[in-house]
Design a protein around this ligand. Structure first.
Ligand SMILES: [Zn+2]
Length: 109
């Protein structure tokens, strides 16, 4: 549990750093060509996608830390069964046991 908490705290600060960097605006740039502008748009969209992923991940990490605090850490949020320790070691923010995770990914793609 202490190890999971440490891993979660590290992951949280890493994600916060990542998001803080992503917030920085590129500034006023002028583009010499449409191609350069198009590349920039592409990069912005890619950054937004990455940012969305980091935000989701941060939410998972914070939820896991909250579960540690109220003693529900390690139990699947769907079925209440214990999440396998090796799964928690690999993914300390995992909310679901492997069975529920499979069901979810099966139904949501
Ligand atoms: Zn479950």
């Amino acid at each position: 549990m202490a190890a999971a908490r440490k891993a979660l705290l590290e992951e949280r600060s890493r994600l916060r750093d990542e998001l803080a960097i992503a917030i920085e605006a590129p500034g006023q740039m002028t583009y010499g060509s449409q191609a350069a502008a198009a590349t920039h748009v592409f990069e912005q969209q890619r950054d937004l996608a990455l940012r969305g992923r980091s935000e989701n991940q941060l939410a998972l990490v914070e939820a896991a830390l909250a579960r540690i605090d109220d003693g529900r850490f390690g139990a699947c949020v769907r079925c209440g069964q214990p999440v396998a320790p090796e799964r928690l070691e690999a993914l300390p923010w995992a909310e679901h046991c492997i069975d529920c995770a499979r069901l979810r990914s099966g139904s949501r793609g």
